[in-house]
Design a protein around this ligand. Structure first.
Ligand code: ZN
Length: 84
């Protein structure tokens, strides 16, 4: 398979392992803070659903290049867990 047509790989911001785009949850920085956004605009961070509990403020803030506070992370975690 041509590398340009292979499924794009993304790196989980929690565990650092790679996975296909489909196996990871995409998070972007929205007007309310970080939010689950499979196809929205902006810089995206990716994480495994199973890694949500390990999500750190620092890891996500670095991936999104933005300051975050723990309350925003807690809300994001609830959003992701609510989609199970
Ligand atoms: Zn992970």
């Amino acid at each position: 398979m041509d590398a340009s047509t292979a499924a794009p790989e993304r790196t989980c911001v929690c565990c650092g392992q790679k996975g296909t785009k489909e196996s990871l949850i995409r998070v972007t920085l929205g007007p309310r803070g970080p939010e689950v956004s499979p196809a929205g605009p902006g810089r995206g961070a990716y994480l495994h659903q199973a890694c949500t509990g390990e999500l750190s403020v620092r890891g996500l803030a670095r991936a999104l290049r933005s300051g975050l506070d723990p309350g925003e992370i807690a809300r994001l975690r609830t959003d992701i867990e609510g989609k199970r």
